[in-house]
Write a protein that binds this ligand. Sequence first.
Ligand code: WT7
Length: 646
Amino acid sequence: MSQAQNQEPQTELGRFETHYANWYEESVRDPNRFWGRHGKRIHWFEPYSIVNNASFEGNVSIRWFEDGTTNVSYNCLDRHLQENGDRTAIIWEGDDPSESRKISYRALHEEVCRFANALRDRGVKKGDTVTIYMPMIPEAAVAMLACARVGAVHSVVFGGFSPEALAGRMVDCDSSVLVTASESLRGGRRIPLKQSADKAIQIAVHQGLTVSTVFVVGERDHVPSFVEGRDVLYREAVETASPECAAEHMNAEDPFFILYTSGSTGKPKGVLHTTGGYLVYASMTHEVVFDYRPNEVYWCTADVGWVTGHSYLVYGPLANAATTLMFEGVPTYPNAGRMWEIVEKHRVNLLYTAPTALRTLMGAGDDYVTRSDRSSLRVLGTVGEPINPEVWEWYSRVVGDNRCPVVDTWWQTETGGHMIAPIAGVTPLKPGSATLPFFGVVPVIVDQEGNVLTGVAEGNLCIAQSWPGQMRTLYNDHARFIQTYFSTYQGKYFTGDGCRRDADGYYWITGRVDDVLNVSGHRMGTAEVESALVSHPSVAEAAVVGYPHDIKGQGIYCYVTLMGGVSFDDELQKSLIAHVRSEIGPIATPDHIQFAPGLPKTRSGKIMRRILRKIAENDLSSLGDTSTLADPTVVDDLVANRLASK
Ligand code: WT7
């Protein structure tokens, strides 16, 4: 698999079995040699001579393959045409079970070239930012690949985000071009994306952004408030553009994409990934962790708006010439058997999904699963949040008929690809553990003071050494990048997760140790929900914490203090919920809002979230020491209100 420009990487299980330990040892001892070899799995216009040049100290600088030039679109398309042009690149399955479409590599290449020319026609050039706000339709992947082709930096914003959230992201990266669709169809419901996009543009323009072009996928009659001059029908642009478009030669370290994600404080951060290292890492992990083999059908259920959709729906699979399935709908429509019907219909071999979906489907009963033919399945993957061992067992036994390895993959938007994950069929598994680090990844567990713990240990998870898929900076904010990831534990990348290592050296992720929530696998800052709440005219102050939720993993629990004269009732509660949904999006819908006459604060004014978490969890017996609070009696009120509300 290290052969230069290998189109169809061959994974041979036996080889890994004997070599994992050797490979891993070499990968961390001599990253230049290891990645020097594996960097060649993609095509380089100009080969690299320098492999790794990274420092986690001082100004933090991370560079991989820095003197090589390549292009992601070329690697995902052109490179496959000769041998695999007729192979299906994308299988699209619509919300309506009777709708699906197959697009060959040749057809996808042509469409991407045409749309890349359409982007160029509207003035988009190397280094420009383009925002993509799309449903789960092939045109989303086309837009991403077309940006890659011309060297534009894309920022995909999840289609479920509100106009406010979209506007903030467009303004932050100064994006004057937007690609969207008239609507999305999910669970039989129409979601008016273009309408939200129009609202977002209004807000963004008000904040000083110039929006020159909006490409809209959809029929002219279905596009509401079409703005002549600004709005362009995607179909017309593609049809009139030339099908030939040379791929821009990009330096390995040229910015590739921005993806906004939530942190523990402030507004979402623009995680920046660059070109060469990202693609090497996404494609290699896709092949190795899932043991992807040529001609297999691979299905990742993540939305393109999240990093999983970038690395394991689009770029990793397409770089490996895989057939990738994209599903616009939801797992429970028309019924809870939909996912398994899709597996049967398209003979899916590898499935990658989230624990939250599995928990929902497990609750619906085994019959929904067993009535479909799942004999095509070979590997099952999971991502996004800790998977409970019971759910893991169910996935393995009921979905996989005890024949398919379950690979629990731990990683983050920031890491670009899998970090701690088994190699399917090779690594011995333990339900609930993401098992062992991928090649080149050096996990370290530290205590609160930053001491590195060895052997069996529990603490905070850091990564000691750079890997090619690592984010390079926060867009336009390198200082925040250093502050967020490299200052808590000097010289180490801090993940924000807690972690335990067992006697076999296996890693068990215990969840976030910062103020980041994970709701149905969606990452959210408590600070974002709080700032949405306090922007409501009736709210004086808000504190948000997570609490265990059977389906979502974590639920959103909000404490609000109100403006003088406002009383807390059902109507206000509804209005607060609607307000948060419109500020952020439905994924941030509060599960519980509790009225708080006061919030528990230290004398220096810091909110003691530990106490709020305990109350949210209904664990009232162990509130701990409250004597350092400025006013300990507020806790009694909170407990009384908690009891009153449940
Ligand atoms: C956070 C990153 C990675 C793509 C999807 C989420 C949690 C992710 C696992 C896992 C336990 C996991 C962590 C991480 N997480 N995968 N297999 N087991 N926790 O990306 O939105 O950047 O969120 O998701 O807490 O820090 P993200």
